[in-house]
Unconditional design. Structure first.
Length: 298
C-alpha cells in the first residue's frame, strides 16, 4: 500500500486496521481484478532466532560469497562472517519496505559485500526504484560519491542526502573528467545490458554489477528483462537463431547483432554470476552478475 508522503503507519495500525481491511475488502476486490494485494513486508523481517540457525545462515552466505569474489578476482575481506553478520543485523533498520520488485536480502547482501570489497571512490547507480540499493551501497562505502539515475523518482522511499539524483539516463551525464577506472556501476534499470557494457567501457569504467542477468532459456521467467543480457551476448550459440519467449501474454523476439556481440566481447575481461544464496539463507534467489572490463589504458 502507498501512504501519503511523510507518514508511515505504526505496527499497531497495520495489524488492527490495515490488515483486516486488506483481507476483507481490498484483497477480494483485487483478486476479482486478477491481482494479488500483499503487505509490503520486507523478507528480512522473517528470520531465524535461535543462535545455531543464525550462525549457519551467516557461515553459509559468507562462504558462498567468498567463493564468488575469489573467482571474480576480487580480494576477499578478512572477516567475511563478521561482515555478513553485521549486514544481517543492520538491514533491519533499512527504511525501504518492499516485498516485490527490487532486490531481496540475498541480492542486497551480495551487493553490499562486493561494494565493500571493491572500495570504489565513485558509485554509479542506474535504476534506483525505491532506494534500497542506494542505502545498501552507502552502508558499504560511507565515503563514496554516489550518482543515482532513474527515469522517475516517484517510487523513492529513501533518498541519500549525500548522493546526487538525476532523472535521466546515466549515459548522457557529464562526470566532469572524473577518473572512473576504480568506480563501481550498478545496473538494475531493465535496459539492454550489452548497451550498458559498451557505454561503461567507453567511459573508462571497469567494475560493473548487473541485476537480472539470465541465460536465454530462462529469460521468460523474468519480469521486464533487460535483453540482451550479459549471458545472452556471451553465449556461443546465440547467433544461430532468434530467441523467442512469451511473458504475460506478450511475445518477445531477440535477434543477435554480430557487431554488438563483438563490441561486448572485446571489452569484457571477467564475468562471474554470483550464487543465488537461496539454499543457504532461504530468502528469494539473488541474480547478481559481476563484470570486469579490460583496462582501455593498456
Amino acid at each position: 500500500m502507498a501512504y501519503a508522503s511523510g507518514w508511515t503507519p505504526s505496527e499497531r495500525t497495520r495489524r488492527k486496521v490495515l490488515e483486516p481491511l486488506r483481507r476483507r475488502v481490498l484483497g477480494p476486490l483485487f483478486t476479482r481484478l486478477g491481482y494479488d494485494l500483499l503487505p509490503a513486508v520486507p523478507e528480512w523481517e522473517h528470520r531465524p532466532l535461535s543462535r545455531r540457525e543464525v550462525d549457519r545462515l551467516v557461515r553459509g552466505a559468507a562462504h558462498h560469497i567468498a567463493v564468488d569474489l575469489e573467482a571474480a578476482g576480487i580480494a576477499v575481506p578478512e572477516d567475511m562472517e563478521g561482515l555478513v553478520r553485521a549486514f544481517y543485523e543492520d538491514i533491519c533498520q533499512c527504511p525501504v519496505r518492499q516485498k516485490h520488485g527490487g532486490n531481496g536480502f540475498n541480492g542486497a547482501l551480495e551487493l553490499f559485500v562486493a561494494a565493500r570489497a571493491l572500495a570504489p571512490d565513485v558509485i554509479i547507480e542506474s535504476g534506483v526504484f525505491r532506494g534500497l540499493t542506494t542505502w545498501v551501497l552507502r552502508k558499504a562505502c560511507p565515503e563514496a560519491r554516489i550518482f543515482c539515475f532513474d527515469a522517475v523518482f516517484a517510487n523513492l522511499q529513501h533518498r541519500d542526502p549525500a548522493a546526487t539524483y538525476h532523472e535521466a539516463d546515466w549515459s548522457g551525464y557529464d562526470f566532469g573528467g572524473l577518473d572512473l577506472s576504480r568506480a563501481l556501476a550498478f545496473f538494475d534499470d531493465h535496459i539492454d545490458q550489452a548497451r550498458r557494457i559498451i557505454e561503461a567501457g567507453e567511459r573508462g569504467l571497469r567494475h560493473l554489477v548487473f541485476d537480472d542477468n539470465t541465460a536465454a532459456h530462462c529469460i521468460h521467467a523474468h519480469g521486464g528483462p533487460a535483453f540482451p543480457t550479459v549471458d545472452m551476448v556471451l553465449a556461443d550459440d546465440l547467433a544461430t537463431e532468434p530467441v523467442r519467449w512469451l511473458r504475460n501474454g506478450r511475445e518477445f523476439v531477440y535477434e543477435a547483432d554480430a557487431s554488438v556481440i563483438e563490441a561486448v566481447r572485446e571489452r569484457v575481461e571477467t564475468v562471474r554470476n554470483f550464487d543465488d544464496l537461496h539454499g543457504v539463507t532461504g530468502y528469494s534467489p539473488a541474480r547478481l552478475t559481476y563484470v570486469k572490463l579490460k583496462d582501455r589504458r593498456i
